[in-house]
Design a protein around this ligand. Structure first.
Ligand code: PEP
Length: 248
């Protein structure tokens, strides 16, 4: 299984800056097949642009969220079938910014993962503890509870999800989990996946949280870290490509 390096642009970008960024990434690849699978998860209004810029390239694209509903009176939400219209391969679900600022529960995140899978979209399921939870010694309990809700909902499709371990205290803060801290949690998640599916080897478990060109190598060298979910550094072509180059 190739590593997966997925960018999360969060609420950044414009038609002009996206075009420059994506072109710089494609130029940087120089027509070579990267050693890692690559994806960019972008704000919904830019999916058409990414589809047009990336079709036929080695970079996949995806959304940062998906509705748990199929359609109807859910103002502001974007459905999985809408993401299908733009050929999204991935949808992030349960990012900590959505859990924190939009009150998303484990159950809602699990429903979103299930709906994405039902529409052929791979959910990138984010789990992670806050600083208070880590300091209270609850890291394992929290990430296992978050992942268990998704496993329960998607059942026999567990081998089709991507998991991203993102300690909340490391996201956008410049503080990275040490490779040992990250590996410890990844091993717990790997065991949980292995108990739930006959094909645990198909599941990428990504690390996310201030991963950058300088710290990626030591994180990606850990046995249970299968790639990265990259926020800030995915907005800079050179940094993102360097992380991709380090992942093989
Ligand atoms: C993220 O948003 O998923 C993330 C990991 O952000 P950053 O890399 O900026 O910490």
């Amino acid at each position: 299984m190739k590593p997966l390096i997925a960018g999360n642009w969060k609420m950044n970008g414009s038609l002009a800056s996206n075009e420059a960024l994506v072109k710089a990434m494609l130029d940087g690849l120089g027509g070579q097949a990267p050693g890692a699978d690559m994806a960019l998860c972008v704000p919904a209004p830019f999916l058409a642009q990414l589809q047009s810029l990336l079709t036929g390239s080695p970079i996949a694209w995806g959304a940062q969220d998906v509705s748990s509903h199929e359609q109807g009176a859910y103002t502001g939400e974007v459905s999985a079938t809408m993401l299908n219209d733009f050929a999204c391969r991935y949808a992030i679900v349960g990012h900590s910014e959505r859990r924190q600022y939009h009150g998303e529960s484990d159950l809602l995140v699990a429903d979103k993962a299930k709906v994405a899978l039902a529409h052929g979209i791979t959910p990138i399921v984010c789990v992670g503890e806050t600083l208070a939870e880590r300091e209270a010694g609850h890291t394992e309990t929290v990430v296992k509870r978050q992942l268990a809700a998704v496993i329960h909902a998607v059942a026999h499709c567990t081998s089709e999800i991507v998991v991203a371990y993102e300690p909340v205290w490391a996201i956008g803060t410049g503080k990275t989990a040490s490779p040992e801290q990250a590996q410890q949690v990844h091993a717990v998640l790997r065991a949980q996946i292995a108990a739930a599916t006959q094909h645990p080897e198909r599941v990428h478990i990504l690390y996310g949280g201030s991963m950058n060109a300088a710290n990626a190598a030591s994180l990606l060298a850990q046995p249970d870290i299968d790639g990265g979910l990259i926020g800030g550094a995915s907005l800079k072509a050179a940094d993102f490509l360097q992380i991709v180059a380090l992942a093989h």
